[in-house]
Write a protein that binds this ligand. Sequence first.
Ligand SMILES: Cc1cc2nc3c(=O)[nH]c(=O)nc-3n(C[C@H](O)[C@H](O)[C@H](O)COP(=O)(O)OP(=O)(O)OC[C@H]3O[C@@H](n4cnc5c(N)ncnc54)[C@H](O)[C@@H]3O)c2cc1C
Length: 419
Amino acid sequence: MKRIIGKINPEVRHVTIWGAGFSGLILGYFLKDQGYAVTIYEKSNKVGGKIHTKRTGAGLVETGANALYLNQDVLDLLKELKLEPIPAAKKLRRLLMLKGKPRNPFQLSLFSKIISNVYKKPPLVSDGLTVADFFLPLLGQENVQHYLSPVLGGLYATPADQLHFKSIFPQVGKKAQFDSYWSFIRMIMKLQKSQAKLELTGSVTFEGGMQTLINRLAEILKHDIKLNHKDHFKLKPNTIICTDSYNASMLLKDLRPQLSNELSRIQYRSMSTSTLFIKREIKSLQKAFGVLIPPGNGYNSIGILNNKAVFPTNNRNMGSYTFISLKNLTDEEVLQDVLLLNSDVKGEDIEHIETTKWEKALPVYDLQLYLAVKKLHQLAQQENDLAIFGNYVAGISLREMITAAKTFARSPLDYPEAT
Ligand SMILES: Cc1cc2nc3c(=O)[nH]c(=O)nc-3n(C[C@H](O)[C@H](O)[C@H](O)COP(=O)(O)OP(=O)(O)OC[C@H]3O[C@@H](n4cnc5c(N)ncnc54)[C@H](O)[C@@H]3O)c2cc1C
């Protein structure tokens, strides 16, 4: 099970959290709900960390997360917070750039490959196994490169040959060998079926974008958050570090050098997001959620999201597309990608481009991260009232962070250790 590192002492009714990004806010919220007094120190002048919705003259721009994926914990949270979710439009096409054009990824050739290999035995699930290694005998090299890598790249910004299998599929638990791919697929389907039916599925945003969720949490914690906090770090009883791993490592450098050392091993991927407002629709992305772009197609982006199609009520005015790239996109590079998609777009059609660059956008879920987190869990067993959380600990998405924070707040001592 994915869990927060370390523990707190429930007899001490005060917790000190470092970092008011989503992990710090959500953990602060659930701990406060359990009756703890909470203090959250944030070094910048705002809460939300990577999540921020800018209001530009042309429309809303999400600098980081643009949607919240649902599970039962998320639905319960939204009810508690009295937030009205706006569901993403259903039945949109999910496209993949194939031979230079956005196309339906479910090509016959992919299906026939899967069908012919589904009874093959997958590789042994070891600590060192990558997602690419696992699926290679099923899909073949070309499909791993053209289908699997861009799909996972869109979610984790990391190619399949680096993604750590056990981290991405924690459902496999301790199982080391599947008889066939079919038995792996059956296990995943069974797990999905066993989950209670949700009253709403998919992903959501809010009127005013993801900032509305952050603002609501910040409002509840308004007396507890200290912005622009530059004081020296102290290890008080029940300290929880909710920064990125780099800053967590810096905070613990002198007081807990071993923990600091493990934290410093975790790598991050830099990324930029550019939201383009345009007076006309990009034809090849009509009625599409967006397109994932494998390398070698001549594009600067790894994926493009069609914001107006996904959340029309938040994007009433004009076309809005977010270009996600592993490099720092310039406006010219965004335009190059637009022209590749739709060669008759003219300069005057472009209303505005808003780019955000993240030097440390997302942690790389590779073997190094897995081993560092495993070691951190072991080292933290010697601590009675110190915990570590963030998107490198229990999953990258907000949904996973909500579940981990809720479980920890309710039972900070006795939920299962990570394996
Ligand atoms: C481009 C992009 C798109 C994404 N899209 C989605 C999506 O659609 N859905 C989804 O579920 N997830 C998405 N994610 C992932 C999700 O947004 C992040 O995993 C999450 O917001 C990270 O939260 P965090 O609290 O772990 O870290 P951060 O947001 O990095 O917050 C850490 C906080 O700690 C503060 N801090 C750092 N050092 C110190 C210090 N020394 N003292 C005090 N405070 C400190 C920082 O200022 C910051 O506020 C996306 C991420 C990116 C980058």
